[in-house]
Design a binder for this molecule. Structure first.
Ligand code: SIN
Length: 482
């Protein structure tokens, strides 16, 4: 990989301010687009994981006492360096994750926007003074960092997911041990290198790569770690959460989704299509907020399906570096098999294949953008997260069918609603059991939005003014005799 700043391609882990190896224990990372080996990263040993925990534990004693302004300045420097190096970061991401290069650049900026946001929020960790039991009593409410945080992130947004956790944790005065996905570690390691260049003190940021199960077990069982924040599957989230119980850790969980995309017949077709193409095809459908089930009112169906056919058949799929390519590879062959299994199951059970529905000769990780109609609520594709470029369409007649259909999932992360009827917007969005609702838009992820889900989609919020609270503890000092 040829970068402007070759130092950004790190193949080591960061522990207590040192970049370290682990002898011959390494994990190879491949480019999903062409199958080529990019580099390898260490599979850290148990001893190395413990030294990362102990470094973070020592560093917090000084880091938490720094003035908010000082933490803010470091975060701002880190943000500036990310932006200065955005092209290299986009290239690293595109190579390891397969995202088209322009989309990778958008993700770098998206991740950086959280660093910028929390550089500001660091200065707004406000307390409160409450009246006490008598005139001479006062209750001082202050906020303190939760402590040492373990941050575990997935492969679908290798830069933004780790930035969205690191920035609020650091702003709050916590120290961290971050563990990016072993499929896409280089984006995160490059961010860690830029943080070192920004001047974060030794031990404040530790980043380790290796066996997920082992790292997860050691981080969750250590009494020196006070909080775990995880983004990934509901299944793994449940395991991590249960492992946190004996040491009473705080947890934030951003887990799977199964978003309904509801279109009423009074919707604006142009807005619907803009929203759908973003919410469905961003990252080739590999997002937890992806539009998974498209519910269209019957009267709107004919114009809608024509527009879908036109838009999807225009999508260019291929090498992420070729201009105008919008759909890259999926992360690996297992992901392709899973998507194909859902598509074939739907077809066998009566769905109609309008477009796509097969793998491509471009390489084993490519799956054709696909459109299926006549989806039924008992099909697997309606009930499982697709995580691929498949538009699965079902029609409905009346508004009163919508809530049961939409809420028929435990994955309550995101939902989308398209209608111009304001009363209906309030009526429906009030009853939708989801943490985020996009009304007449498919864009619901940016720094000022509280990101997070309801039901089995997890707990806690990232981004926004609420994101920093996940890393703060409230202390009440009850003053008497004054
Ligand atoms: C995710 O898919 O995990 C996050 C998507 C986003 O930030 O929009």
């Amino acid at each position: 990989m040829q970068l402007n700043n070759q130092l950004l391609l790190k193949n080591q882990c960061l522990i207590n301010g040192q970049w370290i190896e682990n002898g011959s224990q390494r994990i190879k990372v491949f480019n999903p687009s062409n199958g080529e080996l990019i580099e390898s990263v260490p599979a850290v040993s148990e001893k190395q994981i413990q030294s990362a925990i102990s470094a973070a534990s020592k560093a917090i004693e000084t880091w938490k006492h720094l003035a908010a302004d000082e933490r803010s300045i470091l975060l701002r420097k880190w943000y500036d360096l990310i932006i200065e190096n955005e092209l290299d970061l986009a290239q690293i991401m595109s190579d390891e994750q397969g995202k088209p290069i322009e989309e990778a650049l958008q993700e770098v900026r998206y991740g950086a926007s959280y660093v910028e946001w929390f550089a500001e929020e660091a200065k707004r960790i406000n307390g409160n003074i409450l009246p006490g039991k008598s005139l001479n009593n006062k209750i001082f409410v202050t906020k303190e960092p939760v402590g040492v945080c373990g941050l575990i992130t997935p492969w679908n947004f290798p830069n933004a997911m780790i930035a969205r956790k690191m920035a609020p944790a650091l702003a709050a005065g916590c120290t961290i041990i971050a563990k990016p996905s072993e499929e896409t570690p280089f984006s995160a390691l490059a961010l860690a290198e830029l943080a070192c260049m920004a001047g974060f003190p030794r031990g404040v940021i530790n980043m380790i790569t290796g066996d997920s199960k082992k790292i997860g077990e050691l981080l969750t069982s250590s009494p020196l770690v006070h909080k775990i924040s995880f983004t990934g599957s509901t299944k793994v989230g449940e395991i991590l959460k249960s492992q946190c119980v004996p040491t009473h850790k705080r947890t934030s969980m951003e887990l799977g989704g199964n978003a309904p995309f509801i279109i009423f017949d009074d919707a604006n077709l142009e807005e619907v299509m803009k929203g759908l193409m973003h919410a469905k095809f961003r990252n080739s459908g590999q997002t937890c907020v992806a539009a998974n089930r498209i519910l269209v009112q019957k009267k709107f169906y004919t114009q809608f399906i024509e527009a879908v056919k036109q838009a999807v058949s225009k999508l260019i799929i291929g090498d992420p570096y070729v201009q105008d390519v919008k759909i890259g590879p999926l992360i690996n062959e297992a992901a392709v098999k899973k998507v194909d299994r859902l598509v074939q199951d739907a077809i066998q059970n009566g769905a109609e294949l309008v477009l796509g529905g097969k793998t491509l000769e471009l390489g084993p990780c490519f799956y054709e953008p696909t459109v299926l109609t006549n989806i039924k609520p008992d099909m697997k594709i309606f009930n499982e997260e697709i995580f691929g470029p498949v538009v699965a369409i079902l029609t409905f007649e009346k508004e009163d069918e919508i809530l049961e259909l939409s809420n028929q999932t435990n994955a309550g992360l995101a939902a989308y609603l398209f209608t111009k009827d304001v009363a209906r917007i309030f009526r429906i969005s009030r009853e939708l059991q989801f943490g985020m609702i996009g009304v007449n838009t498919g864009v619901i992820s940016y720094a000022s939005v509280p990101f997070g889900g309801a039901k089995y989609s997890g707990e806690g919020r990232e981004g926004s003014k609420y994101g920093i609270e996940e890393y703060l503890e409230i202390k009440s000092t009850v003053l008497s005799g004054i």
